[in-house]
Design a protein. Sequence first.
Length: 512
Amino acid sequence: MMDSIYRFFAGGTFWDILGTFYQSAVFVYGFTLLMAYALLAAMSLTSIRNYMKKNASVNYDVIVESPLAPGISVIAPAFNEGVTIIQNVRSLLTLNYPKFEVIIINDGSTDDTLDKLIEEFQMIQVDYAYRQKLNCEMVTRIFKSTNHAYDKLIVVDKVNGKSKADASNAGINVSAYDYFLCTDVDCILDKDTLIKLIKPFMDQETVKIKELGEHCPECGYVMTQELHRRVIATGATLRMVNSCEVDEGLITRVKPPVRYLPRFQEMEYIRAFVLGKMGWDLINCVPNVSGGLGLFDKEIAVMAGGYDPKSFGEDMDLITRMGAFMKDNRKRYSIRYVPLTLCWTEGPTTMKVFGRQRSRWARGMAQIMSIHRRIIANPRYGNLGMIVFVYHFLFELLAPIVEFTGVLFYIYLIITGQINWPFAIILIVFVYTYSVMITTLALLWDQITFKYYKSWKETIGLCLMAFLEPFIYHPLIVFFSMKGYFNFVTGRKHTWGDMQRQGFGNQQKKKR
């Protein structure tokens, strides 16, 4: 018996079969992924065209001037953000909207974040009717300004909860309005952000679900049954603020980042938002709303349990909780994305900070798929279970693993002399060209439609990064993703680290 097993392995039969199966599986996997990208690109173009056509004649001043505009609470957690906190808060206070409040949560900062806020905005501690609807660490003090110019500003001081999710829950507990916008204090928002993001909520949606087979006695048309579909969240495109010109918390000139690491991130963000999320928007399958900018229905968010303080991917986790809550209660819902760039965030400029960020994101994805595994391929959850979670499990969670093992397998084939070089070269060139084409398409479509950069030279310069991405940037993403998975499996501790901001004021002084 043992001799037969030994001869089976020694003869290479098992490994040959395994190798052939692996190559076939990877080929099908890769082909499916490429087709999915092509489909997403087509859906994105359609979705953006629909948005532009629908909103071409919209007068947003009506919302600004309307006394019926819903109130919005802008929530921005802060942990050791002393470098940029003042400019960012000023930016938030200048938002163009009739009824909103700005809630800054000082999550146990160890630097001068709170001191700067108190001094700059003339804050004093006040008695506040605080009710803890969502779990978070203890809120110790709440501050309001003695200057009526800053009446919209609330500063919450709390014990460090070791996560943005914990701080966001504290902000939701303090918030007074029916909608809340969650952002980061390293972000600069477009002045019309609230107007653009609230519009899908104000529109809401009515969906025809089936024909009743009866004719209307007045018009003769077949009668249909229609149900209300509630918008529970909206998001928009993010860009890097690195190298942009900033004056008193406002973007005065949009520029692609000069440094290579943020420049790669700019390219990645535009592709992910313009091509990816706008594509999913067409079929109501938006997987998540970015933690840097998202507007949420507070009632649904609270009933769904709010943010999970232990989550490493709090943005997708909240959307998953809200979507699952709606489906569990047999309610129709939608998540909408706006193709406009409404938020600029400071991207990591050092490999240490970048690696920590991406490892946390990957760990968050693994955590979400583990916690909400009941949703995967579960028809009870509709698009969320059958499309969103299936796609993310196969092509987001597994992609770094497939790529990593694929590289090892290629090395094995090279060492053993089994590789078919002509075929391998053709395949590599095809995948490389396809990757560059998809990225370039997203960048060009964004510039043609919205013209954020003043010159085509800047756009072309960004497009050139797509040629370098497969050799420099993408391997880093795979490496840090694998590190995140390893940390998830081993249960290694992770805390909300210091992002080491450069500071917009410092950037502006250098320009002058």
